[in-house]
Design a protein around this ligand. Structure first.
Ligand SMILES: NC(=O)c1ccc[n+]([C@@H]2O[C@H](COP(=O)([O-])OP(=O)(O)OC[C@H]3O[C@@H](n4cnc5c(N)ncnc54)[C@H](O)[C@@H]3O)[C@@H](O)[C@H]2O)c1
Length: 462
């Protein structure tokens, strides 16, 4: 019983971030018969969604937004009005790691979620389906149902879990053709009916056999487990990269050899400086916390080691830099190629570049940052060491007069720079530390660089 009878369904999403914005834009573009409204308390973010300068960079996103905005896609700060009119409410607010009190450093901070649940209760006048889009600890749906259904208006809220598996940088392609859509619900009549309502939305463009329905706890837990498994592959190959560097084995060759095994598969086997992004670390630590809270300490330690290996890889990378640059980098200019946590996004949350810059600044190096999309975020992230940081939007300018370049983000454009020109303008001996293993190391060595990839022998002139 939507208010706007012109549309078949009235859907809203609370939280206009990296997930809420792109997912709702995709639903609106694919389903012109639904009215989709994205609301947020952050007025600047909503204003940006209503402009041509979207608040996040994601290839293809602007086109999809433009296709639907004003037709059946709306962005607004009027959260209460949107709640009042909606039949289906996706909640995609942030769920960061708790920084205080019980579970600090591991558990998910659910204050934004709970506040949203209370906003929903307050503004609602009829029954609604509440969809958990945020990544949440397993069994959160239970707590949410308690808060939501403890209302004296006689309104029933059915909570379903529909975790999002998009990857930043390829979000629009992932939404267009998801590997799977997962919808978890209570197995009661009302739960299954709510589940079917959400299936119906995705079935407008996702083949039915890719829409998985499960119980609500499996859906919640699967999201945490998916991220834990992905991060674990990165930490696994990174641990082997350290061993390769000591044994003259080559991590590319090892990755290829094991990746050909169809049980292992070849994806996510690139050695690198480590994973970043807002989700992997937070979700694994959350899994660790949940395992601990059930007394499953071995399970907790197992998954915690994935995060510890990631920290080790970043530390090891900086230690190598210092060691090979004659044990001192004080006063040396070091150009960081890339600051985003991965290519094709401006997102820098948990980016390895943050830790690397801070460690280099502690060693009193001068760090020059360049990135095609993430400069604004980098400035905010580096406030604590800003006196030792410079910014240059042009990579050639960033490298001018530098002693070393470190590749932090796998932007395609860094592969095709004129490294001969760059070499000529750098201090000598010139070093390249390839934290993403994307450059042609042999060619760089021929130009004159000392090249330090991850997991293979270095290409040195000394
Ligand atoms: N970023 C990813 O790639 C990704 C992928 C899958 C799942 N997730 C999960 O999705 C969730 C959202 O992540 P994100 O990256 O989009 O976060 P984000 O921080 O970019 O966006 C969250 C938005 O929610 C808004 N918000 C917070 N409280 C609110 C309230 N009470 N009312 C209205 N708006 C409110 C914030 O202002 C913010 O704009 C998290 O749980 C995350 O773990 C993220």
């Amino acid at each position: 019983m939507g208010f706007d009878s012109k549309f078949a369904k009235n859907i809203i999403c609370i939280g206009a971030g990296y997930v809420g914005g792109p997912t709702m834009a995709a639903i609106a573009a694919k389903c012109p018969q639904y009215k989709v409204t994205v609301v947020d308390i952050n007025a600047a973010r909503i204003a940006a969604w209503n402009s041509d300068h979207l608040p996040i960079y994601e290839p293809g996103l602007l086109d999809v937004v433009k296709q639907a905005r004003g037709r059946n896609l709306f962005f607004s700060t009027d959260v209460a009005k949107a709640i009042k009119e909606a039949e289906i409410i996706f909640v995609s607010v942030n769920t960061p790691t708790k920084t205080f009190g019980e579970g600090a450093g591991k558990a998910a901070d659910l204050q934004y979620w709970e506040k949203t649940a209370r906003d929903i209760v307050k503004a609602s006048e009829f029954d609604k389906i509440i969809v958990e889009k945020s990544t949440l600890p397993v069994r959160t749906a239970k707590a949410m149902e308690r808060i939501l259904n403890a209302n004296d208006k006689g309104i029933h809220f059915e909570v379903v879990s529909n975790p999002e598996f998009l990857a930043e940088g390829t979000a629009m392609a992932d939404l267009e053709k998801p590997d799977r859509v997962l919808i978890g619900s209570q197995l009661t009549e009302a739960g299954l009916k709510a589940c079917e309502s959400i299936v119906e939305i995705y079935a407008n463009w996702v083949p039915r056999d890719r829409i998985l329905t499960t119980n609500v706890w499996s859906a919640e837990l699967s999201k945490l487990v998916a991220n834990a498994f992905l991060a674990q592959r990165i930490s696994s190959i990174n641990s082997i990269s350290a061993l390769c560097e000591r044994t003259e084995a080559n991590v590319y060759e090892v990755a290829r050899a094991i990746g050909k095994d169809s049980r292992i598969g070849s994806r996510f086997l690139n050695a690198s400086i480590g994973f970043g992004g807002s989700c992997f670390k937070k979700d694994i630590l959350n899994l660790v916390y949940i395992a601990e809270s059930y007394g499953l300490h071995e399970v907790a330690r197992y998954w915690e080691s994935v995060v510890l290996m990631n920290e080790y890889q970043k530390r090891r990378f900086v230690q190598t830099m210092i060691r090979v640059m004659f044990n001192t980098i004080a006063g040396k200019r070091i150009a960081l190629f890339g600051f985003a946590f991965k290519a094709d996004t401006g997102d820098t949350r948990e980016s390895p570049a943050i830790d690397v810059t801070k460690q280099l600044a502690e060693e009193r190096a001068i760090v020059v940052i360049t990135d095609p999309q993430a400069m604004e975020n980098a400035r905010k992230d580096l406030e604590s060491c800003i006196s030792q940081v410079e910014f240059a939007s042009d990579p050639y300018a960033a490298a001018r007069g530098a002693h070393a370049i470190t590749v932090m983000t796998e932007w395609a454009e860094y592969k095709s720079l004129d490294y001969r020109r760059i070499y000529e303008e750098m201090e000598k001996p010139a070093f390249i530390f390839d934290g993403r293993n994307i450059l042609d190391h042999e060619a760089l060595h021929k130009i004159g660089f000392n090249v330090f990839p991850l997991g293979t022998a270095a290409w040195k002139h000394f």
